[in-house]
Design a protein around this ligand. Sequence first.
Ligand SMILES: Nc1ncnc2c1ncn2[C@@H]1O[C@H](COP(=O)(O)OP(=O)(O)OP(=O)(O)O)[C@@H](O)[C@H]1O
Ligand SMILES: [Mg+2]
Length: 311
Amino acid sequence: MNKNLIEVEGLRKYFNVGGGNVLKAVNDISFSIAEGETLGLVGESGCGKSTAGRTILRLYEPTGGSVKFNGVDISKLPSKKMKAMRRDMQMIFQDPYASLNPRFTVTDIIGEALDIHNMAGSRAERKKRVEELLDMVGLNPDHATRYPHEFSGGQRQRIGIARALAVNPKFIICDEPISALDVSIQAQVVNLLKDLQDRLGLTYLFIAHDLSMVKHISDRVAVMYLGRIVELAESEELYANPMHPYTKTLLSAIPIPDPEIEANKKRILLEDNANGPIQSAKGGSGGGAFDLENSELVEVTKGHWVSMPKK
Ligand SMILES: Nc1ncnc2c1ncn2[C@@H]1O[C@H](COP(=O)(O)OP(=O)(O)OP(=O)(O)O)[C@@H](O)[C@H]1O
Ligand SMILES: [Mg+2]
């Protein structure tokens, strides 16, 4: 087992949402990611996945808890040191349309990432590096002078991947990188990310809202619900033996190709959550279907953690 590259401990991110209310978007999450590993992070829309990703990279200041990168606690680093650290930690975004500046050429988009960290060198070196990166993600280096709208969705996501790779990061948060793509293209992008991981020794946090998308790329999967992790296990184990009711619900939401099975499949319905993760600043419980407030992660079998009511 490789050493941990990322160690997240008790991480919280609260937002003030007006009227004295606090939204606990990320509410005390802990996990580690070993060097070269992919940890999947899944959960339905709004459960806090992107906020968790952004808080880990300190694009959002954490409300509490810590994040260690290579043993260094980055949650309190001064901004100059944080900027240097950010080179090692990159993000790929869900929407390859919105995340690329339409007025920039591909060279400008990828070159900008190099410029921020003073890695561009001479004009010729910059051009060469951009072409090398395009080749690495399976795009034609001759298309470096084109604009984002000249590419398909899958190709744009490849540009986003090249931009993230430009600064030679060790860790990449892939925030739903395939959700916006045609199903036929999704596997290609996942395979590219896997390939790059093997070649470059990358470590990934791979965010998705359904389990089927992370199955093939993740070594382990963490299931997030209302700002918390309710289950964490090796991928195979999680699919074969889901224990938390919410994980079972997520699994039951994966469409089964056989229409007869699909029709007969029982969907496990979650109880309605009265007010989700929003809690009054003066106290009062948000409750939720599983009384998460009074639960804790317990290691049920080796490496398989499940949220259980506190004894
Ligand atoms: N900057 C912000 N200010 C206030 N609330 C926010 C902010 N960013 C996110 N939230 C809220 O925090 C919660 C978690 O949002 P987040 O975007 O992290 O969810 P997500 O799991 O990534 O969802 P999706 O699958 O739709 O991307 C949501 O209720 C969202 O409205
Ligand atoms: Mg998100």
